[in-house]
Design a protein around this ligand. Structure first.
Ligand code: ACM
Length: 483
């Protein structure tokens, strides 16, 4: 039987069953705090397709026509099953993450945006291929605030992502108010590329955002980029420069010119303060230290500064992530290295793997969703090449770099840099549909992935995006439905 409904990312096993369309009216969840929160989330996420009344499991009238979320004691982390049949719809999982993944699948089964109010009988068994499924989002070149970030977080949850990595500082702006150094946002929070308006998250907004994301199964990984990409910090804190003079605000899009200085007395306290504050505000296990594109620094000084930043993170009780450049200097075992730049000689990755590093894969030529879809596309850059939809889909993260074994690969991050992206429409135009393609690379095992099949399925998500007012690029060669 051909699939009556398109699911993205594709689950491990989908068995369409004979029988009448399934309708549900009630919602049943357990009474632990986490299950009650899941019930609230389910009501909210499904509201546009079907209004659900909460019922107690003890209510005999609720046994038929219910959407039931049930925790069991079986299953690998994040896995779930969905069974839709005469009884209603049952989602079962061994953990809350799995129930949330089941919710995302149930939402797709209702084909939001199409007016459909029933689902065909089906049995789905599903589990993630990779544990780390993230989006790295630059809110430094252009600022995106809480409302826009909520929209991004919901899109991530729809596609079973579980990490939002926020790039919170760069040459052009500093985007988080940290208690130890309010001058960072006072002096550098309002600038952005091209002199556009900037902005920043207050500590309270950041905490709220982290909680909003957590309720949707998404961990926020904050990045303060050091020892390069620091013009905004130097502008706000001239004691971080050798002359003691503040450089001008920077609104261009060149990279690699700004840097910390290891031998200044203010440098190490700055690193300890900002990563300490960030650790206090962040419940997740990881802080990202950046480390990329420091083009005018001796390697020995780079190594010292990376070590200072990494120690500040570890001393604050968190684990360290950095862009691939940090793998060119000695690292503690367990450090997470994020691949981004395809280079001819990537042998330093194999050395880092032998020394116990772990890896997140964000190849610029595949997963950088700020690359233009094609020549002449009005938004985005093209330094890593064009990234049409098919290119963002066809790659295997566990077999990308010689000498990096599959066991050392935590997972995947798509990335979107915002030099050319000013509005939420600009941002979602670059994300959609490629965010869904990278989601499938991270979630669905390689032997289940097929480009032609994906190109058919992805079209079915357009009505939902349209109903939510989300701009997307009708990428070739997909036959997008008329809108
Ligand atoms: C990067 O794109 N500079 C990590």
């Amino acid at each position: 039987m051909p699939d009556p409904i398109a699911l993205v990312p594709l689950p491990r096993r989908v068995q369409w069953l004979p029988g009448e369309p399934v309708r549900v009216e009630h919602l049943i969840v357990g009474d632990s705090a986490a299950e009650v929160a899941l019930g609230k989330l389910a009501t909210e996420r499904l509201r546009s397709v079907l209004p659900l009344t909460p019922r107690s499991e003890a209510d005999p009238q609720a046994t038929a026509g219910a959407l039931v979320f049930r925790l069991t004691d079986a299953g690998e982390p994040g896995s779930y099953t969905v069974t839709a049949g005469e009884h209603g719809i049952l989602v079962e999982a061994g953990d809350i993450a799995g129930l949330r993944h089941g919710l995302a699948t149930v939402r797709q089964l209702f084909q939001p945006g199409t007016g459909t109010t029933s689902v065909p009988p089906v049995r789905i068994e599903d589990a993630p291929a990779l544990g780390w499924r993230g989006l790295s989002l630059d809110i430094a070149r252009h600022f995106f605030g809480p409302d826009e970030l909520h929209t991004v977080i919901e899109l991530l949850a729809d596609h079973k992502y579980n990490v939002l990595h926020l790039h919170l500082s760069d040459d052009q702006g500093w985007r988080i108010d940290l208690p130890s150094h309010p001058e960072l946002v006072d002096r550098s929070g309002k600038s952005a590329v091209d002199g556009d308006p900037g902005g920043y998250l207050t500590a309270a907004e950041y905490r709220e955002l982290v909680a909003f994301a957590a309720a949707r199964g998404i961990t926020v990984v904050p990045e303060i980029d050091v020892p390069g990409h620091v013009n905004a910090a130097l502008h706000a804190m001239p004691e971080l420069t050798p002359t003691g003079e503040a450089p001008d605000v920077y609104t261009g899009i060149e990279v690699g010119f700004s840097k910390l200085t290891a031998d200044l007395p203010a440098t190490e306290p700055f690193l300890r303060d900002v990563f300490g504050d960030l650790a206090d505000l962040t419940p997740g296990d990881y802080l990202h230290i950046g480390g990329d594109e420091v083009l005018t620094m001796e390697k020995s000084e780079y190594a010292r500064l990376v070590d200072m930043a990494a120690r500040a993170v570890r001393d604050a009780g968190k684990q360290v992530i950095g862009w691939q450049e940090i793998a060119t200097v000695p690292l503690e075992p367990g450090t997470v290295v994020q691949y981004w730049e395809p280079k001819e000689d990537l042998s330093f990755f194999a050395e880092a793997a032998r020394a116990g590093a772990r890896f997140i894969m964000s190849p610029g030529s595949k997963a950088y969703l700020d690359m233009k879809y094609h020549e002449g596309f009005p938004l985005g850059l093209q330094w890593a090449g064009f990234v049409p939809l098919q290119v963002s889909y066809e790659w295997e993260p566990t077999a990308l770099i010689d000498g990096v074994p599959a066991e050392a690969v935590l997972g995947v991050e798509a990335a979107v840099w915002t030099e050319t992206l000013r509005t939420l429409d600009d941002l979602t135009t670059m994300l959609l549909p490629r965010l869904a393609a990278v989601a499938e690379v991270a979630w669905t095992p390689a032997d289940r992935r097929d480009w032609d099949d994906f190109a058919q399925r992805i079209a079915a998500l357009a009505p939902d995006w349209r109903a939510r007012g989300l701009a997307f690029h009708p990428a070739e060669p997909v036959a997008w439905p008329e809108g």
